[in-house]
Design a protein around this ligand. Sequence first.
Ligand code: IMP
Length: 424
Amino acid sequence: MGSRMDVLLGAQWGDEGKGKVVDVMAPDYDVIARFQGGPNAGHTLIFEGKKHVLHTIPSGVFREGTVNLVGNGVVIDPVIFLKEVNALKAVGVDVRDNLLLSRRAHLILPTHRALDAASEAEKGSSKIGSTLKGIGPTYMDKTGRNGMRVGDLELPDRMDRFRSLTEKHERLLGMYDRAGATKEAEEEWLAAVDVLRSMRTVDSEHYLDQALRDGKRVLAEGAQGTLLDIDFGTYPFVTSSNTICAGACTGLGVAPNRIAKVVGIFKAYCTRVGSGPFPTELHDADGEHIRQVGREFGSTTGRPRRCGWLDLPALHYAVMINGITELAMMKADVLSGMDHLQVCIGYTINGEFTERMPYDITGPIEPVLKTVEGWNELRADDPLPGGLERYIELIESYVKVPITLVSLGPDRAETVLRQATMAN
Ligand code: IMP
């Protein structure tokens, strides 16, 4: 009875191109639901020659008739949210028509951002490389049972709640010698909250339960990526939420047995922004070439992304932990024209070869690289060149999951759907 929910998530360190794939897949769905993260994300969509970056609002917002839901697992900064709403209005999209917010989603306060900055500064050279959007402190307040939720904005004592949490933060900021730094930001925040209060709110668990019972097609949209997951990522260089498939259950209130497809998005190579281990990182001309051709600069912070070869053990780990049923490979065009590529097929740790992602990749770890042939020009209307087909087959045979979508450029139109050549 009813339908089941599909999940789309990042299989690497984020920035895989989830926004583009959601946008391409959106016509097949009635509801697109974000399940975790917040404005640390930057989902880029390009169509009709225009670029749009979304931070909080799901990537189905440009498709008429699609409902976009911000789930309980998401943390919302009203100020950034308002900027997104206004940017969408400027291109003719009125989110009031098709956006719903979960009452259980937590709010990022100006003091959360200040605490994020203070905590990172305190860490010095061991900093996480956070986007400084207040994500960590907001999730800390959520699990510490101090947080403020979207639903609280409907309550008569909302200002008391805001003041009491802000005061608590101010005491903490005082310990970092940063008290009183957010006074100006507070006014902007309170004005943005008024707009947030005018949005349609729902209990996402009940809304999605009914939608699935009614046979509606629901796609859960993840942010960041598997290797940034708070439990299974490269801790402590991770984000503060569950980016993996299980996060779609807790972040929306949908039971695991209602999940059907799990689509993992990965780039034909790897990138990482911020600090933390990255076994296949390139510090040479190849890395710089990938960064320039792939325009690998953060869509939220503008920081240059670290670039490296595709890491198959890490991808295999993502397939395992998420139950990925199919993969979408992004940015194959960026590697075009390289005679040879390298792919990581295992690691050497203390002289021992392993294909398994270890507990800790912050220690001495050497990638074992296999050299493969490259490919030239790619066009969405032409068959994929032999070098790329063989690259795809190598990945499929390693991770045992079919690659059903290959992206050859940022535009919606530059997308090739592939018949699964293997069963999973
Ligand atoms: P935070 O989530 O802003 O605290 O950042 C924690 C780590 O996750 C940092 O290394 C960030 O660079 C990384 N990160 C957070 N959001 C994204 C994202 O959307 N794409 C890629 N990396 C991210």
